[in-house]
Design a protein around this ligand. Structure first.
Ligand SMILES: N[C@@H](CCC(=O)N[C@@H](CS)C(=O)NCC(=O)O)C(=O)O
Length: 216
């Protein structure tokens, strides 16, 4: 069994690789460090990730950051025909990557993370109510493409098979619901379906922050 080590717990980004590891039924060790505790600022961690962010995956001498890149690598390196998180054919893989990049750039970075910075983390990044409102509106507009994909009738975003696109998308839908951004019924039922997966329940446990941690 490979020596997989995952750094980071407690966030919508860290749950992605935990979830992928459980979908792929891999054994791994967790280093349960959290943002804004000082744990991402240590010399040891900065040596691994100069960006001082979680999640980080170590697989032997490979050190990988960025949640969606980690999910992709894990599936490519360890996916079996029944567990892989990407379609095997080039076009299917491209479509899945297209969704992953869309989710990470449009839903996460441009919408939800803007809200996170200027709401929960406004003591660090400043108050910006109009940026918050615009980000919520933008999120809802971008979600129309998700609604349309689901209208095509598949159980998952690319049809009948759960893929990395569902994994990353679901973490953003859950995040939006937590922030009170309106999400339509078809997307909510889709998200219930996806988060009912046993691997998600295990990922939630693996991603739980240690009791008593203080974040600044
Ligand atoms: N695009 C990155 C974002 C990673 C990120 O921003 N991580 C935050 C936690 S969600 C972090 O580690 N912040 C460092 C800190 O605040 O100490 C990914 O998807 O992995």
């Amino acid at each position: 069994m490979p020596g997989l080590i995952l750094w980071g717990v407690g966030t919508s980004r860290t749950i992605r690789p935990h979830w992928a590891l459980h979908e792929l039924r891999l054994q791994y060790e967790t280093r349960p460090i959290l943002p804004r505790t000082g744990e991402t600022q240590t010399a040891e961690f900065t040596e691994l990730n100069a960006r001082q962010k979680v999640p980080v995956l170590q697989d032997g001498d490979l050190v990988l950051t960025e949640s969606a890149a980690i999910v992709t690598y894990l599936s490519d390196a360890y996916g079996q025909p029944d567990t892989a998180l990407f379609p095997a054919d080039a076009r299917g893989r491209a479509r899945c990557l297209e969704w992953c990049f869309f989710v990470i750039s449009e839903l996460d970075a441009t919408s939800l993370y803007v809200m996170r910075r200027h709401r929960d983390l406004s003591h660090i990044y400043g108050e910006a109510p109009s940026a918050n409102d615009a980000a919520a509106t933008y999120f809802q507009k971008q979600m129309r493409s998700v609604e349309r994909a689901l209208e095509e009738g598949g159980h998952y975003i690319l049809g009948d098979r759960f893929t990395a696109a569902d994994l990353v998308l679901s973490t953003c839908v859950t995040w939006a619901v937590r922030y009170g951004v309106p999400v339509g019924e078809p997307v909510l039922s889709y998200n219930e379906r996806v988060t009912a997966r046993p691997a998600y329940a295990r990922a939630l446990l693996s991603n739980a922050a240690p009791a008593g941690t203080v974040r600044v």
